[in-house]
Design a protein around this ligand. Structure first.
Ligand code: BTN
Length: 254
């Protein structure tokens, strides 16, 4: 399914995949991998994705052949695929590994022992009302030993709990094989939502200090009560008012 293009350095695999797709020079199943990005992009314009050259997995891929039943929840297919890939690797490397040490944090962060080990960026490309394709970018911190001060307390890498450096190519191949598999497995949307809800259940015990949506609305003192059928976060204020957040940045109480 995949055609892989490898680069030693790029500004961003996501920017490259997007512009080649827009110019009709790349399509379904093409994967852009970089050993280093000089301007890696995060989920928000203000959030950069930094990496130590050669240490991590950084890739973006294009999907146009998207099952109708899950076209609006592709970011969760990607997030659950990354979660499964990381658990498989750690389980193999460490033999007895407690899978709950790796968690999905809504919408798309993957945490290892409470610190971010991977992030997913999903961009839908529309032609009027019809979905032309989705470009998914994934960064997994694999072998990076140390992080810049501003993220050091919040970021980690697989290497932090492993004795040896992991081969990036094998990690990439396992991730892509897992994505190919989950794309078929989660064509059953009910199955996807059930797995998503079960993976996010742990977040119900967190207190959300504030949530800000992309249009600037802010809600304070929230608890998480569930996940809607479109993958939105259902929250409740202390007065009991419910809000459904399709997209939001969350600040948690310590
Ligand atoms: C996030 O958690 O904010 C999403 C991070 C996504 C990072 C990946 S690295 C490969 C791809 N290229 C980019 O510029 N960003 C994504």
């Amino acid at each position: 399914m995949w055609t892989i293009h490898h680069y030693d350095e790029l500004p961003s695999t996501q920017t490259l995949a997007r512009s080649l797709f827009d110019e009709a020079k790349a399509g379904h199943g093409e994967v852009f991998v970089a050993a280093h990005q000089s301007s890696g992009r995060g989920q928000y314009v203000w959030r950069m994705w930094d990496d130590e050259p050669g240490a991590n997995l950084l890739l973006s891929f294009i999907l146009t052949d998207i099952p109708e039943s899950i076209s609006d929840v592709m970011q969760f297919v990607a997030g659950l695929s990354v979660l499964s890939t990381i658990r498989t690797i750690l389980d193999r490397e460490l033999r007895s590994f407690d899978a709950s040490r790796v968690k999905l944090k809504w919408p798309n962060d993957i945490l290892l022992d409470g610190k971010k080990v991977s992030g997913v960026l999903s961009e839908a490309v529309w032609s009027g009302q019809s979905l032309k394709g989705v470009i998914i970018g994934i960064g997994i911190n694999v072998n990076q030993e140390s992080f810049p001060a501003r993220v050091a307390s919040k970021a980690t890498a697989l290497k932090h709990i492993l004795a040896d450096t992991l081969p990036l190519q094998q990690t990439r191949d396992l991730l892509l094989a897992t994505i190919e598999y989950t794309l078929r497995y989660y064509t059953d949307r009910a199955r996807l939502l059930a797995d998503l809800r079960s993976e996010l259940e742990w977040m119900k015990s967190l207190s959300v200090e504030s949530a800000t949506t992309p249009d600037g609305a802010t809600f304070s003192s929230l608890t998480i009560s569930g996940i809607s059928d479109s993958g939105a976060l259902i929250v409740q204020t202390s007065e009991g008012t419910e809000h459904v957040l399709q997209s939001a940045t969350l600040n948690f109480k310590a």
